[in-house]
Design a protein around this ligand. Sequence first.
Ligand code: GLY
Ligand code: MN
Ligand code: MN
Length: 546
Amino acid sequence: MIVDIRSALIASLALVLAVAPANGQGTDGRASDDSGPFYGEDRPSPEFHRGRRQAVLEALPEDAVAIVLASPERARSNDVDYEYHPSSDLYYLTGMTEPSTILLLVPGGTEVGGKTVQEILVVRARDPATEAWTGRRLGAEGAMRELGVQLAVEPERFEEIAGPLIETRRPYVLPWPAGLDPGSEYGAQVAWLKERIPTFEPEPGRAGALQRGLLRVNDAAAYDRARGMVERMAGAAGPADGEAARMARAFVEAGSVDAWLAWRDSAMAGFANSTDLESVLSDLREVKTEEELRFLQAAIDATAAAHRQALRSIEPGMREYEVEAVIEYVFHRAGAEHTGFPSIVGSGENSTILHYESNRRRMEDGDLVVMDIGAEYRGYSADVTRTAPVNGRFSEPQRQIYEIVLAAQEAAIAAATPGAGFRDLNEAASTVLAEGLERLGIIGSSSELRRYFPHGVSHYLGLDVHDVGTYGPFRPGDVVTVEPGIYIRPGEGVDERWWNVGVRIEDDILITPHGPVVLSAEAPKTVAEIEALMAEPGPASLAAGE
Ligand code: GLY
Ligand code: MN
Ligand code: MN
C-alpha cells in the first residue's frame, strides 16, 4: 500500500510519541480561552489559591499589609523580550500569570467602596487594541470571575488604595522586581511604592544571599543549623568584611535565636520586613497539597515520557540539540507549556559540566550523554536526569561508575523519610560514592570525593525547580530530588579510561509516612532497561524516514 509520505511520517511520529494530550482544552467559554497567558480550565482551582491566601493572612500580624509583586518582563535584545514567566509566589497565591500584577493582602481588612476586603489584586486594564497584538487580558472583572479574588482593580485605582494602607500598616514586600522601565505603568507603580517603603538592600551576589538567608532564621532549630554552617564558612569561604560579614559575626555571637532576633529587629528597624513573609511562603510552599501533586505528577510524567523517547532516539552523529528537540516536543505534546529550566543535554566532555546548556555538540560513538530535564505543567516543574551511552551500550568503565551512582541514589532515596533531612541524604549518597570510587582506585580516601561529586544531592521541587522550603526535617507532602553524580573531566590525574565519564541520576521523591515514593519511576534507569530501550527505533529516525 502506498501512502502519502508526509502523512505517514506525521502519523508515525504521533504514534511513537503517544503521550496523553493535555486535559481541559475546551473551546467554549472564557475559562478555556487560550489566546492569553491565562491557563484555562486545567489549572489549580480558585479554592486552592484562596486557601493559600487565607494561610498567609492568618500567619501575618493584624497590622501588616503584604505586597506581592509580579516578576518583570525582561528584554532579550532590542524590542524582543524573553518569554514571560510569572513569579511563583504571586502565582501560588492567585493563579495569575499576567505581568504587571500586584497583590495586596490586608489581615486586618480595609474598606474599599463601602466593602471590607482582605485581598486586592491590581491587574492590567483590558485594552482591545493591545490585546489584538499580544493576547487577551483578564482585566479586573475577569480576575474576580476566574481567580476568585475578593476585589480586583485596574492600575488607575492603585495609589488611592495602596497609599493609606502603606501609611497605616507595616508593609511586607515580596520581591522587588529589578530592571523595570520607569516609563511603563508597572515601573511607575513600583517606583512609587519603593519611594514610600524603606527597604533593606542586601549586598550583591553570594554575600547578599547569605544576608537574606540569615534574616530568614526565626526559630531555634533553624538557628542551630545555620550557625554551624556560618561557622564552617567563616575564614576562607566567608565574606571577609562589609555588611554581610558584620551580620554573619553578629549571628554567630548571638548564641541563641532570641538574641539573634533581638539583633535583627534592631538592625532592621525602620525597614520593611519581608523576611517573615518569605518564611511564611517557604513553609507553605514546601508541603504540597493533593491538588498540587496532581500537577507536579503531570510534569514528571511528561518528563519521564521525554526520557523514554530521547533514549530511543539517541545515536552517534546526532547533535545534542536534536535530542533536546525530541524532549521538548514530548513536553508540549503532553500539555506542558514550558521547560522548568533550560534542558541540559551534555555528551562526552559536556557530561562532566553540571549545568551545561548550549547543547550544540555532535555526539560520538563511545560518549556518555547526561540529560537533565524537566517539563513545567501549570507552573509545576519536574527535574529528572538520566545518563546513557550514545552508542546504546555502556563501556565497562562507564558501567562501573554508573552502577556506583545508581547504588548511591538508591541509598539516598531510602533515607528520604519524614524527620530526616538533606544532610542525611547527602551522607547516605556520599558514603556509597566514596566506597565505590575507592574500590576502583579513583580516590584514596573519602576526603577526595568532593573533587568528583561537587554538588548537593537534593533540593525541594515544586513551582520552582529549586523550590523554596524551610530546610528543616522532611514532612509528608515534601517533594525533593535525589541526584548523586560523578564527573571525571579529561586531564584528571586518574587513568584515562575514566576521563569524560560524567554520570548523574536524578529522581523526584514524595515524602510520605509510609516511605519514599519515586514519582519519576516511569523513566527507566537500570543499565539493562536503558540499553533495551536504546535498541528500539526512535521518533527522530522515523521522522527522518530512516
Ligand atoms: N536541573 C537542575 C538540578 O538538577 O538541580
Ligand atoms: Mn536536574
Ligand atoms: Mn535537581
